[in-house]
Ligand binder design. Sequence first.
Ligand SMILES: [Zn+2]
Length: 429
Amino acid sequence: MDAADSLLVRNACLTDGRRAQDVRVEAGRITAIGTGLAAPAGVPVLDAEGQLLSPPFVDPHFHMDATLSYGLPRVNASGTLLEGIALWGELKPQLTQDALVERALQYCDWAVAKGLLAIRSHVDVCDERLLAVEALLHVKQRVAPYLDLQLVAFPQDGVLRAPNALANLKRALDLGVDVVGGIPHFERTMSDGAESVRVLCELAAERGLRVDMHCDESDDPLSRHVESLAFQTQRLGLHGRVTGSHLTSMHSMDNYYVSKLLPLMAEAGLHAVANPLINITLQGRHDSYPKRRGMTRVPELMAAGVNVGFGHDCVMDPWYSLGSGDMLEVAAMGLHVAQMTAQDQMRACFDAVTVNSARILGLPDHGLEVGKAADFVLLQARDPVEAIRLRATRLAVVRRGAVVARTPAATAALALPGRPAAVDWTLMR
Ligand SMILES: [Zn+2]
């Protein structure tokens, strides 16, 4: 046995509530989970000290070609989606491959440190040079030992609206980009939007690829491209392989119409991605008061049987000036915006940044189960709800059985007369 990718984790809580569990890893895979497992000679032991061992975080929606470009060439003054798109258009001609690669690699380092080991990133294909596509394909290879990067061919300026966008999108797929993207609400007309959904879903069906569209990222209650997406998914038999991202217009839709739409989405096996940090800041900008929240109907989608993930979407780019790759921050914002405060709902928000998102990417090896890859995160918390509450410290991040990042436990020493010497943020249980 090679001790380099073998490990025994002792005394961990698991996300399903099991306590005092040991996890044995051999040759980079989980081979046993239980109590009192023996540590083979020479195998390193990671003492979890009763803390939570979770499958790694998965981000189902990100823009790695734009990340860490905040302020280049200027800052988004209005804070709107449309100014962000215009700003990205100003920046694109100035991009260099080296700068793209450097920023993406830096973000991947941040991600790994936060226990984020799989990311689906859209990459803009509306640039004749396909500079960002080549850069991110290179990054995907570079980070493969420690992070799964899945790329979506994203026609930011509209696959029908922008010249050569469809041809460029196909070239990107030929180069090895994994997923077909789209942006129907940005096409010139509603009918062009519906047409773009048809063309792109047929392309995905022909090539046996998954689909992930920016869909109805708008406050317009009549933006209904998700209906076309569900229809084309059903027609082409793409069940379980198609994702509608953002879906913010659903927030503003008529309730009667939504009562018809939700079963159609479930029937087509659509996945949905909400991007709470971004849409709570971008949407509702044309409202006075009351201001709409600008997030899709997460609990209702979940209740209808639609798999929902939460994405980070942006970190320090033309659309969003903050962020650090912390999917617990994403889960916390999603929980607040959707008012998902019941115990089972808070746990569902944790699933939205772990197992649900892994289903969206189609990652068969994700999950803390015997036989799966030994990828996990040790969090300074006792359960998923506490992890969200504390944005828990990632005590250790493990990839294929090797510890790839560590962060010291968050503690504070008190200097108060008559009080304990250190603060414990967990509840006594
Ligand atoms: Zn996006």
